[in-house]
Design a binder for this molecule. Structure first.
Ligand SMILES: C[S@@+](CC[C@H](N)C(=O)[O-])C[C@H]1O[C@@H](n2cnc3c(N)ncnc32)[C@H](O)[C@@H]1O
Length: 276
């Protein structure tokens, strides 16, 4: 297997990736492509990235494109990641929802990776319900989506190793919201039952998902070019019900990309609300 990528192939690969999932590779990222694709090239019997590109151009099955996207996306995640969004749900958003809303609350975790984000939202909901006897959130539901088939498979399975659960789940929450089986931690049924999973490319239309009241789109926009961020944020604004909320990653913002949202401050961070 060769580790070289010719300039033309590098450009072709970059263009494919940007069009397929929005991820922009800067200059000189050949090493990243090689390190992410080595296993795939070996498993699928390709000698080089050039051979892989030819197979993709010749209309090899969709599965090859999916494998490449799977390999090239960054799936880093953890439970209660950055803490503040989940604290803001319990201290600000859910109480406001209770005061203002009557209908079922629909939440979208828009790049859910292996499931930690939607299950964390579900745990936050259960904790809020335990604190608040009368809540309109009893029938709240969470739709979790990702482009990566392998991440969605792991997320649906809802089983995690000790080391993965240890990244953000306290022992108290572990006992309360998981059960142990064969050395693996399994997300409790009441936490799982609120969450459903679907494949969704953020570049494609969101029409089939319906409308949401809260969207989590965290730690994915950073990989996209400015125009893509603008497009995604404006379409997420259209996917929100009036007064809906948006949570982004710690290094992401709507500023300079969309003026559909106003920034709100919670005790520990910021989130956004759809403007009237
Ligand atoms: C770094 S993870 C973030 C996971 C989680 N939101 C968090 O903050 O911990 C980024 C996720 O975005 C997904 N992703 C990348 N490009 C995407 C696209 N175009 N559409 C949907 N999901 C995408 C990846 O598969 C990956 O699971």
């Amino acid at each position: 297997m060769t580790n070289n990528i010719a300039p033309d192939d590098y450009k072709k690969f970059k263009d494919f990736l940007e069009k397929a999932c929005g991820i922009t590779l800067g200059e000189g990222k050949q090493y990243l492509i090689i390190s992410r694709l080595t296993k795939l090239l070996r498993n699928e019997d390709f000698f080089s990235v050039s051979e892989l590109l030819t197979a993709m151009e010749l209309g090899r099955p969709q599965y090859l494109r999916d494998l490449v996207i799977d390999a090239m996306t960054t799936n880093e995640t953890s439970w209660f990641r950055d803490r503040s969004p989940f604290e803001a749900l319990v201290t600000d958003v859910f109480p406001l929802w209770d005061k203002e809303k009557k209908r079922q609350c629909k939440i979208w975790s828009a790049a859910c990776s292996s499931g930690q984000e939607p299950y964390t939202i579900s745990i936050a909901l259960s904790e809020y319900k335990a604190l608040t006897a009368a809540t309109n959130l009893n029938s709240a539901s969470i739709v979790a989506t990702d482009i990566s088939a392998s991440m969605l498979q792991q997320a649906k399975q809802a089983e995690y190793d000790e080391s993965i659960v240890g990244r953000g789940i306290s022992s108290k929450r572990k006992q309360q919201f998981f059960r142990k089986n064969d050395g693996r931690w399994i997300v409790a049924d009441d936490i799982r039952q609120r969450v459903s999973f679907k494949t969704q490319n953020l570049l494609s239309t969101y029409d089939s998902l319906g409308k949401f009241d809260i969207i989590f789109c965290r730690n994915v926009l950073i990989y996209f070019a400015s125009q893509r961020k603008t497009d995604i944020l404006n379409r997420m604004a259209l996917a929100l019900n009036p007064g809906g909320f948006l949570f982004l990653g710690a290094s992401e913002t709507v500023m300079g990309y969309s003026d559909a949202f106003e920034m709100r401050r919670s005790a520990s961070g910021v989130y956004y609300r759809l403007k009237d």
